[in-house]
Design a protein around this ligand. Structure first.
Ligand SMILES: Cc1cc2nc3c(=O)[nH]c(=O)nc-3n(C[C@H](O)[C@H](O)[C@H](O)COP(=O)(O)O)c2cc1C
Length: 346
């Protein structure tokens, strides 16, 4: 079994870390460990597998995140994911949304370490790639350090030795998923203490990491860092973190280089229209809905110039030009000459 390097990870984020987003982030950081959005085993077993799981080889190393609580379904889905070529299966034990709660998985499973262990054991039996957990430091009133340690002990005993920990508890009643990412306070110290007490486990800390200095501090006390929102809104932070975590690679490129590398990808995507487009559907609005659009890609690159002069013009240009239904790839091609050459410092 090859072990991915988990020093620098980009968090799973529904509707955000789709394959276009991941391809873009990969261009910025060749070594970050990327995660898919959460997928349910049933969707995989009964749905369009290629649509749900397909990815570009450039996206390696990449983990797929599963959200479920039925060991047998998870094991079957994990096997399919392994066949697709994923480098790791990650179980979501941290999402607090109502939809997830009613399916009895996500963060509410922190109250059921034995069940999490059964899910891990079933998946580990089914695949040869690592099976890992992403969790919180607690939920509701089960939020003491003892509760957290007990959870980790039991799940580790079932065979999981890698934990990505969002360093805040989740309130399952009363807070929305969005509030659950900001309201409960961060407690990275608890994650650092976990690493100290269980040096045999690989512990990656997550939550609110948005600077190289912050990342450097966490890396002294854990095995890795996982960034979510900061990596999405200010993706260039991954270039700095790539340098921090993998200095020997010494990647030399600027934002324009990354934009240029997105062009062939975008062109290829627009040329590869879905099959429905070959039919009559192309002529009506329904067909248009399924058409590949430039915006599917460009929505994820809006933050590329965050904090730079030209950032606003860049975002405005993309939201006006690339959102048109038939926007061609030239919209992206022209951006350098139309916007950046004028706005960037010379
Ligand atoms: C839009 C959005 C979608 C998310 N979807 C998922 C998900 O599918 N699975 C998951 O484990 N966490 C999900 N999260 C939580 C993130 O993975 C991460 O744990 C959280 O945002 C804290 O990290 P950050 O402060 O670096 O953003 C999501 C977060 C956001 C902002």
């Amino acid at each position: 079994m090859t072990t991915p390097n988990r020093k620098l990870c980009v968090a799973p984020m529904m509707d955000w870390t789709d394959r276009h987003c991941r391809y873009f982030l990969r261009l910025i950081s060749p070594d970050a460990f990327l995660f898919t959005e959460m997928v349910t085993p049933r969707a995989i077993l009964f749905g369009d597998k290629e649509k749900l799981l397909g990815f570009s080889t450039e996206e390696h190393p990449i983990a797929v995140q599963l959200g479920g609580s039925d060991p047998s379904e998870l094991a079957q889905a994990a096997r399919i994911c392994e066949d697709f070529g994923y480098d790791e299966i990650n179980l979501n034990v941290g999402c607090p949304s109502d939809r997830v709660k009613s399916g009895m998985f996500g963060a509410c499973m922190m109250a059921k370490p034995q069940l999490v262990g059964e899910c891990i054991a079933a998946m580990a039996e089914a695949v040869d790639i690592p099976v890992t957990v992403k969790c919180r430091i607690g939920i509701d009133d089960q939020d003491s350090e003892e509760d957290f340690s007990r959870f980790i002990e039991q799940v580790a005993a079932a065979g999981c030795n890698v934990f990505y920990v969002h360093a805040r508890k989740a309130w399952l009643k009363g807070l929305s998923p969005k509030q659950n990412r900001t309201v409960p306070p961060l407690d990275h110290d608890r994650v650092h203490r976990l690493k100290k007490s269980r040096p045999d486990l690989e512990i990656i800390t997550n939550g609110g990491i948005d600077s190289v200095d912050g990342a450097r501090q966490h890396l002294k006390k854990t095995d890795g860092i996982m960034l979510g929102r900061a990596a999405y809104h200010n993706p260039w932070i991954l270039a700095d973190l790539q340098q921090l975590c993998f200095p020997e690679k010494n990647i030399q490129q600027n934002r324009e280089d990354v934009l240029k590398k997105m062009l062939p990808y975008a062109r290829d995507y627009l040329l590869r229209q879905p099959l429905a487009q070959a039919s009559k559907e192309i002529k009506n609005k329904k067909g248009d809905k399924h058409k590949h659009r430039l915006h599917s890609i460009t929505q994820h690159i809006m933050g590329l110039y965050a904090g730079q002069s030209g950032a606003r013009a860049f975002r405005r240009y993309l939201s006006e030009e690339a959102t048109r239904p038939n926007a061609p790839v030239e919209v992206l091609e022209r951006i350098y000459y139309d916007i950046l050459a004028r706005e960037l410092p010379h």
